[in-house]
Write a protein that binds this ligand. Sequence first.
Ligand code: SF4
Ligand code: SF4
Length: 430
Amino acid sequence: MKAVKGKFFSRGVHLQGRKSLSETQAVETLEGVTEVAIALSQHIGKPALPVVEVGQAVKRGQLIAKADGFISANVHASIAGIVKAVEQRPDGKGGKSTYVVIERAETDETDFMPPLENPTAEEIVERVAAAGIVGMGGAGFPTNVKLMPRSKVDTLVLNGAECEPYLTCDHRLMVEQTEKIVRGAKYVATALGIEKIVIGIEVNKPDAIALFEQTDLDVCALKKQYPMGSEKHLIYCATGRKVPLGKLPADAGVIVQNVGTVLAVCEAVEEGKPLIERVVTVSGTGIEQPRNLLCPVGAPLSALAEQCGGVKEDAVKYVAGGPMTGNALVGLTSYVSKTSSGYLFLSAKETNTYEPTPCINCGKCADVCPMSLMPMQTEFYTNAGDYQKADVYGGVLSCIECGACTYICPARRPLAQAIKTAKAELRKSK
Ligand code: SF4
Ligand code: SF4
């Protein structure tokens, strides 16, 4: 391996990691799941189309919904059982999604694809598509599409930054599945026709850095800075290349993949296993025993909470994802998806319970914005319903939704939420 000296980006924020709650907890398998609800839309793009009927028996790994078009992804059964329903259910965020509900059977029959030996680039891309692999760092972009970039790339950057507080699932994967991650990265590199692979890991994971230093990947020890895991900032810090505004990483010759995603690629190639399970961090001082759990996709949050000893009485907020970019949940109604990195159970001392006060024009939100935007302008014009001006003066469409502005604001203004609203309205109008 070669040690790569990481660069720094200006701005951003320095957060308390709060990772000690779960970072030493080895991954455990979630037990006792009797029913899963698997969403047809767990990815960016069109929802998958169901190919099973109510009452049908399915095996673990069997295709249950087919990708609908180029930007979409296959979905597979994560347990063997009987399809109980294909129905709309609350998604935990106040909306509804369509789910295939499977009731576990006595048997645990699997239906994986045949393993590939010395696969070609085309075979890897086909396998990744067939396995329904999507970006597991949170974006959910279909990975096979990313493996066919329009621009010439020469470098694969593995994202092992895991810069959000509390989350430790990628850390555990890097420590426990180092070799599989290396092999998965090499399959991705083969698919792209490149050789250079750099893994970026924040310095607060010294055990993971030490393990990858023993492999033949280049290792970049990244400064602990939020949002280091953002693609553009990671690329700059690990390679020194800048991705221009409005452009993609491939335009800078780079493809970024999360460490969990390349692990899924390894299992799809070598074991024929579709993306049907993932490691999820369950943490916060509002849960009895924070843990990292290997969960079937579609597992109900209640099962995760139960295996972690239950939710404490003083838990006042449930969050899907990290505290900076995650979504507040309405109760325990949520199901693990391909992009679920964590669930947090936060007590009052870990949450912002202050009411927003008027903006005092301190400029701190702009000072920390890693994209050099003007979040206070966005919020002002969004609240006035003028989304065009919100974009012109605030730069809505360049926002990476990192939440650093909301975090730093002394007036506790919900800036990132306003930006998300403006983005959604602008996209609708287009
Ligand atoms: S405006 Fe967007 S990119 Fe800038 S700090 Fe706020 S959420 Fe992050
Ligand atoms: S940080 Fe908050 S108070 Fe300061 S300018 Fe931005 S929105 Fe206003």
